[in-house]
Design a protein around this ligand. Structure first.
Ligand SMILES: [Zn+2]
Length: 349
């Protein structure tokens, strides 16, 4: 841990290429925070989709939503101690049928969305996923090693507020979820464009003995109430500062500058930033070898008939959109590999 110095000009004017995550505590207060800035990993998600001839690029409002989801999922994964995938999903009742961001404990991440039909260029959250107020947001924690019969944990929240009003911002939906599921006040600021997906999370930590009035005299009780009020004031002040961060600032400023601008009057205890393979990075489980195995399992006849019809075999990854193409020569190679020869005994006759 290192203490941030207000005078340190470190990081100013320096644009980081790698995606990064910074965690920090507010000294002496039950408040923690983290900020994520996805650059290369986010651009890889967009590039794979854009390069897919069947889908084409995401419409900008969908990219924005998916980027915010990916940044939020990264913050949520980093915020819990859980050995498994965190999957943030929106099941929409509008043109965006489903949007998914998945982040593993090592902060490898991927994301996808399914869009059906047209979308206005200025579509907002309700236009995309909550037209009739039936859209839902689900957060799933899927343990890495599940014992037989064990179900992943899933929490589902609607995309409306207390008065059934449609929520306009993903951050509002997730703040609601965090308060419900973890009973912790959380402030989230999210933003994304075609280069950066970023998010800031501020959370009030549970105070020792909070809500536990057992065995306290009236005097102690009063004292603890006063302490509690003071602690809430700290959180409220920091939350208001965090909420003043604009979309533009979050997308264009480097992390050190953002933290200095927002919290220059606070004492921050900062952890070592996480970047590269130790930080948020793109990863998908697809690959050319997997697709080759799939074609192999189709059998040579089926493969030949696809080749005769279309000239090549094209398989796109459902998750990241990357397409793998095999022409007749590639396909022949697949079926020529030793493991695929029929055993000698069966070809004798
Ligand atoms: Zn993939």
């Amino acid at each position: 841990m290192r203490r941030a110095s207000r005078r340190s000009p470190k990081g100013v004017g320096k644009k980081s290429v790698l995606s990064e995550l910074h965690k920090f505590l507010f000294d002496g207060m039950p408040v923690r925070g983290m900020i994520v800035r996805l650059t290369d990993s986010w651009q890889e998600i967009l590039a794979r989709r854009a390069g897919n001839s069947a889908t084409g690029a995401y419409p900008p409002p969908v990219a924005e939503l998916l980027g915010e989801m990916t940044a939020a999922a990264t913050l949520m994964q980093s915020n819990i101690k859980f050995n498994g995938a965190l999957i943030l999903q929106i099941f929409g009742d509008g043109p965006v049928k489903i949007a998914v961001a998945e982040v593993m404990p090592d902060l490898s991440l991927r994301a996808t969305a399914k869009v059906v039909g047209e979308l206005a260029a200025d579509a907002r959250l309700p236009d995309m996923v909550n037209v009739t107020n039936k859209g839902r947001c689900a957060i799933t924690l899927d343990p890495k090693s599940r014992v037989p019969g064990q179900q992943p944990y899933q929490g589902v929240v609607p995309l409306f507020g207390d008065q059934y009003e449609k929520l306009d911002k993903l951050s509002d939906v997730l703040q609601h979820y965090m308060l419900q599921s973890e009973q912790l006040d959380t402030t989230l600021v999210l933003a994304a464009d075609d280069k950066v997906a970023a998010g800031l999370l501020i959370q009030r930590l549970p105070v020792k003995g909070e809500g536990n009035l057992e065995g306290t005299s009236q005097r102690d009780h009063d004292q603890s109430n006063e302490d509690q009020i003071g602690l809430n004031e700290d959180y409220n002040r920091i939350s208001i500062l965090a909420s003043s961060l604009t979309r533009d600032e979050l997308l264009t400023l480097d992390i050190d500058t953002i933290l200095r601008r927002l919290f220059w009057e606070e004492k921050l205890l900062r952890f070592e930033p996480q970047a590269g393979l130790l930080g948020p990075h793109f990863a998908c489980t697809c690959g050319r070898e997997r697709v080759a195995n799939m074609i192999r399992s189709l059998g040579v006849e089926e493969a030949d008939s696809i080749l005769a019809e279309r000239g090549d075999i094209e398989v796109g990854c459902d998750f990241c959109g990357k397409q793998y193409r095999f022409d007749a020569v590639d396909a022949a190679q697949i079926f020529r590999e030793p493991g695929d020869q029929l055993p000698a005994s069966s070809v004798v006759q």
